[in-house]
Ligand binder design. Sequence first.
Ligand SMILES: Cc1cc2nc3c(=O)[nH]c(=O)nc-3n(C[C@H](O)[C@H](O)[C@H](O)COP(=O)(O)OP(=O)(O)OC[C@H]3O[C@@H](n4cnc5c(N)ncnc54)[C@H](O)[C@@H]3O)c2cc1C
Ligand SMILES: *[C@@H]1O[C@H](CO)[C@@H](O)[C@H](O)[C@H]1NC(C)=O
Ligand SMILES: *[C@@H]1O[C@H](CO)[C@@H](O)[C@H](O)[C@H]1NC(C)=O
Ligand SMILES: *[C@@H]1O[C@H](CO)[C@@H](O)[C@H](O)[C@H]1NC(C)=O
Ligand SMILES: *[C@@H]1O[C@H](CO)[C@@H](O)[C@H](O)[C@H]1NC(C)=O
Ligand SMILES: *[C@@H]1O[C@H](CO)[C@@H](O)[C@H](O)[C@H]1NC(C)=O
Length: 496
Amino acid sequence: MSGLRTVILASLCSATFAQYIVSNDSSISRILGPRLTSNARIILPGDVDFSSSSERWQEYAKPTFKAIVEVTTESDISETIIYANERSIPFLAVANGHGTVHSLGGFQHGIGIRLHKMNKIQFTEDGTHVTIGGGASNGDVLQALKAANKQTSTGVCECTGFVGPALGGGHGLLEGHYGMMVDNIIDALVVLANGSVVTVSNEVNNELFWALRGAGHNFGIIPSIRYKVHTPEALDWNYTIFMFSGNKLEQVYETMNDIVVGRQQNLTKMINYAVWMRNPELDPVNPVILFGILYPTSDSHGPALTASFHDFGPLSVQSGQISYWDLPELTGNGKNSAICQRGMVHMKFPIYLDKYNTTALRSAYNEFNLATSQVPAFKDTILLFEAYSLSNVPDTIWTNTAFPWRNARALVTPVITYQPDKRLDDTAIQFGASIRQLLYQGSNSHELRAYVNYAFGDERPEQLYGNEPWRLTRLHRAKEQYDPNNRFRWYAPIIR
Ligand SMILES: Cc1cc2nc3c(=O)[nH]c(=O)nc-3n(C[C@H](O)[C@H](O)[C@H](O)COP(=O)(O)OP(=O)(O)OC[C@H]3O[C@@H](n4cnc5c(N)ncnc54)[C@H](O)[C@@H]3O)c2cc1C
Ligand SMILES: *[C@@H]1O[C@H](CO)[C@@H](O)[C@H](O)[C@H]1NC(C)=O
Ligand SMILES: *[C@@H]1O[C@H](CO)[C@@H](O)[C@H](O)[C@H]1NC(C)=O
Ligand SMILES: *[C@@H]1O[C@H](CO)[C@@H](O)[C@H](O)[C@H]1NC(C)=O
Ligand SMILES: *[C@@H]1O[C@H](CO)[C@@H](O)[C@H](O)[C@H]1NC(C)=O
Ligand SMILES: *[C@@H]1O[C@H](CO)[C@@H](O)[C@H](O)[C@H]1NC(C)=O
């Protein structure tokens, strides 16, 4: 009898003790600290670099941390997850902190598993692939590729992570040469929700490998991936950057439609970026259209396709030839560029389109004009247009992955930008959602298609992960097997 009492008391005690541990943050150092390797570090609120370590690119709905563990090996990741599981504390992978989806705001006072020290990039001797650490930045990878005289699919912006963008598909300048980022992953190490470390590839854990490439945030933490690299095919590029006033919208986008649709005939490797923005020097009243065309110098169709835009009377034109490696800087994506600055609100409302409906674009322009003139705080807001080349992409470089929107031709994203001010949040959401709705109404599509890496967070899983029913079924099955307790539910969750 007294033996049983002791057991009950002991378990009551340990429950109390566990609560005590949860409420006392410095105990994480005492208990988890000894389980970590010697270069790992636990950063707590009050430590000098705690706030810089938890800084985000997106101020709206940002995750908050009770502790940040700077991991250096997969066993550090594993031990941190096990520690967090023992105490039912949420945990979140943090690479370069550019995740924007508002579900991240549901992550409060959890443990950040910060990967930035796991940024090693190592090429194989035969030069066919590279191992990339889960915390390497896109800029780190670009620099290493340049030094090794290789090319592959990467993100465009130097300041984001590398693995993070790849988990959602990964768009970039060389998509028309090597496929999306997901298409270049050979295999990956994954630390699962229970702390176990597995390899995923077409040969082992292949369902998880499939799911990771498109819905990857839902399944594990990745210490490193092995990735394909290629002999450079596009080192010299030509660019032309036009500024147009808003009244040229119809001409410009009708012409772009011819090119976008022309890609079906394998015409060109041309890439188009456009940004609608306010620029009072060029036009004090209405937003202007920055319209950039890039193509590899070897693309013989480039000059003719660019020529027609000169006829529409641009406000300015800037053109030239540039090294591939300087394109991030040219396109405003270099690591010191304005886009890389942290601390602002950036709400994104992405939509994929097959072609531009200029009636719908005109409505979106009017809405953009109205909101950015009525709310001066939104003056830095932009509408971003990205059309990557799909031409001459043989089906064989498109691997079988969970990324659902393979044939989408253009990605359009209102990015509502302002200094943090909670009073403006509802207006900003209304504004972004209404622009996206106008574009959707003009699209003739029966489902909104959104890019998970830009998701606002109000999209349904079908709109991020694909509307063929088998897709979500297959993802749910992988979830049941690899993360039955839904520990990975903070970034655009499949299961809410
Ligand atoms: C300025 C800017 C430029 C961008 N440019 C591009 C672009 O060119 N192409 C493109 O496709 N996307 C682009 N994006 C979107 C980008 O893909 C996402 O914002 C991405 O989530 C950023 O990853 P991160 O490591 O910087 O951010 P984090 O906030 O650190 O990571 C985002 C999420 O990814 C997951 N994650 C990150 N690393 C790991 C890992 N090693 N293991 C497991 N999970 C991990 C976590 O769930 C985390 O919450 C851009 C975004 C911004 C803000
Ligand atoms: C937390 O635990 C540490 C070490 O166990 C102890 O020194 C400290 O006083 C505790 N802090 C609080 C706020 O209880
Ligand atoms: C590329 O740009 C250079 C410099 O402006 C120019 O001389 C050349 O003709 C251009 N080539 C193509 C293919 O557009
Ligand atoms: C485009 O090019 C790819 C690869 O060269 C080829 O497989 C495809 O059939 C071509 N498409 C058309 C419409 O010509
Ligand atoms: C273009 O969008 C408008 C709504 O803005 C819609 O009425 C029209 O049907 C669309 N046109 C096409 C060709 O889809
Ligand atoms: C962790 O989860 C995986 C996948 O569900 C499973 O195969 C493995 O046995 C689990 N490991 C432990 C230690 O429970």
